[in-house]
Write a protein that binds this ligand. Sequence first.
Ligand code: GLY
Length: 368
Amino acid sequence: MQMSWVNDVWEKVEKKLALTSSRTANDMFPYTTENGRFVAKGNLYWWTNGFWVGILWLMYNETKDTKYKTLAESLEVKLDEPLYGFDGLHHDVGFMWLLSSVANYRLTGNEESKKRGMIAASVLASRYNMAGKFIRAWNRERVGWSIIDTMMNLPLLYWASRETDDPRFSHIAQSHADTVLETFIRPDGSVIHINCFDPETGELLENLGGQGYTEGSSWTRGQSWAIYGLALSYIHTKQQKYLDAAKKVAHYFIAALAAADDFVPNCDFRAPAEPVYKDTTAGVIAACGMIEISRQLPEFEKDLYFNAALKILKATERDYANWSDDEDSIIQMGTESYKNKHNIPIIYADYYFIEALSKLRGKDVLFW
Ligand code: GLY
């Protein structure tokens, strides 16, 4: 691997974050940018609110500069409003509190942060549906809906089991992951975004295209959540079936990128050629997952995953990174969903890009 590329890009990341962390309001959770400046979604319950905090912890872990820690800590306290507000919390408590409170606890041992993480884990565990063996994703009338994204929230449950020396949280996580193996992963390695179960009987009723193009299509960020989430379930449980499934989805993902001759995915692998909606977020998430898969494998098997990750990261940086001081975000051209908000910077593209670089530098602490 060319460490010079990694270190050159890392230098640019440090320069950018030194600037943006000082000019971004210290009570803001950036989501995207407008006129080059970060803007928030304006909803403290919004599922992406952990990513800026996570970026600050990644930067603190690498640089030990306390300005990142101080800002991350004050934003973590602000997230107490949704944590204790409770109504409106969803399965994405994993994204929100793994990257804020649990990251803080892992790096500094802060006991208050550990409690916040345990409350979030309890909320997530309480969303488990015993009849269908899945964790409920969203609220309102979607009682029986389960989505592939939840795979990335399971590490909160694995962490809670380790902290309490009580396997119940991990049992719920594994039961949900087993349902994903049975009902979300298609024989060709592509994955379904949404499965709707009967919440009383647990019967699988239908699947939906969700944020992808349509039913039966292949929303690329959903494939990425599966790759990284399954790899993480393997790391936390050592159950071979999760690593095998992570590899299978990764094979599909790599083949689709190679066939398109473009290592930055569009929003859906099965959408029409036009219009083009890029989704850099899907690429950098998958790259993180592929690096973790490669770390689990014997020497002669690693390269397929590691080299694909590197290709994705390099293509993303070459074509879609903005290093100008006039723009707060780094990675451009993310897409919220096939039907909504295309080709915009989204905070989690920056988060996973920085996490991937940190992994390549060998300096990472696994926040998941
Ligand atoms: N978890 C929602 C998304 O990936 O857009």
